[in-house]
Design a protein around this ligand. Sequence first.
Ligand SMILES: [Mg+2]
Length: 398
Amino acid sequence: MERLIFHVDVNSAFLSWTSVKRLQNGLSDLRLVPSVIGGESGTRSGIVLAKSIPAKQFRIETAEPVSLALRKCPSLVVEPPDFQWYRQCSKAFKDICRSYAPAVEEYSIDEVFLDMTGTNRIYPDPVKTAYEIKDRIKNELGFTVNIGIGPNKLLAKMAGDFEKPDKVHTLFRDEIPAKMWPLPVRDLLYCGKSSAERLNNGGIYTIGELANANLDDLKKLMGEKGGEFLHRFANGEDTSEVTEEYGDAKSYSIVTTEEEDISDYERADRILLELTDRVSKRLRRDGMRTTCISVTVRYLDFKTRSHQKKLDEPTDISLEIHEIGKQLLRGLWDGKTPLRLIGIALNDVTKDDVTQLSLFPEDNARREKRRKIDKTMDDILDRFGKGSLKRGSGLEKK
Ligand SMILES: [Mg+2]
């Protein structure tokens, strides 16, 4: 099944969000005048965090000192950032997105990826759905977004960067030659300034020239890995998943959706193991242990169910967490009704530096062995990334 991904990006986020608050207080709309967010209240210090479209005409740039921006445009309005308000705005638009999408990846404070794969039964027309999301955010929250639609994250994000603000764009595979290939290589996602310069020096200026370049020549120019990746991206290939992943002081969690429905325990257990490895790695990295594990499933109609279990003893061991996760999964799902999403959360975490010893020596030996396996897994994940390792459930049975 071809995937369907939306990228939702708030237009000039900090500036828009501050404007919304100003309008609520009867003040003017900063989006209509040369203005920036940055610095500290009443001073000229600090850097420009965001700028209005009229400010762009004065060649004011993000990350330059506010004092320099004021020299370029003496009438510039400078407002300090309000991060507490920004977090509220961020949550509000993400909540609207979440009500449409089976899985939402929080890419940054003002960007999300929505995995809409398999939603055609509910939303037959993706472009119409994107307009609905965009307009709801605008009408209910007072700021605009761009939505890019594509078969993967790369193309969705590229599409979202086309003409702004308040627009919906598509970039499906058959649109790549017309919409993406004429752009300069610098506009390709993941192609930084120095890579673009090196490509230009090698006579490659557009994304199309990059896509159609000889791969061996490209590797000579950009290095083995760099050449391969850029070539792949220029051809619109990207297999990375939309993954919900976040952690705060009290909880670590991860959720993933699959391209195909999940409708048997074997496959579900395997996905759960992968998620467990990734989320418990973060737990171990922070030197934490969990005392409450919860598993969440989401059905095709977006109905969500969770079960949780409190533990007698805190743990950071993947296989123990996975074992409990499997039990929870069986308690809340029949193993047949198709699922779109599985998630696991490690809650009520504690800093636990005293190694808890069991009364039974064989338990201790087994835990030690499991810890060694986790350590090896973590090292491999660190070195080669998350796609590098698929642990068989039979690796450690004892
Ligand atoms: Mg943005």
